[in-house]
Design a binder for this molecule. Structure first.
Ligand SMILES: [Zn+2]
Length: 102
């Protein structure tokens, strides 16, 4: 059975009116830079995508941040995974080869 996955399928909320203005405000506040931090170090790429930090229905400026393309894709993939809920592992636990047991 083919199972087609889309990383953006979880998003059903349309962008609100005035989205462009909100995005512009977030971009200005974040200095036009990606806000992703990894180990306390902020990404130095230009912020090209506007991301919802928490609730995707909350379009307040406090809930928005700029990310670069790669970090937005990473973020969206994490969200999509979270939206699907915990998945059972598809990998079986590694079994030791009987011939290796001493
Ligand atoms: Zn980034």
């Amino acid at each position: 059975m083919a199972w087609k996955e889309s990383p953006t399928a979880w998003r059903t909320t349309p962008r609100p009116l005035g989205w462009k203005a909100l995005r512009a405000q977030a971009l200005e506040r974040d200095g036009g830079q990606c806000t992703w931090t990894d180990g306390g170090v902020r990404c130095t790429e230009p912020g090209t995508d506007c991301d919802h930090i928490g609730n995707p229905d909350d379009h307040s400026l406090d809930n928005l941040r700029m990310l670069c393309g790669p970090h937005h894709r990473k973020r969206t993939a994490l969200q999509a995974r979270a939206a699907r809920g915990p998945q059972p592992s598809r990998r079986r636990p590694a079994e030791q080869h009987p011939g290796l047991i001493r």
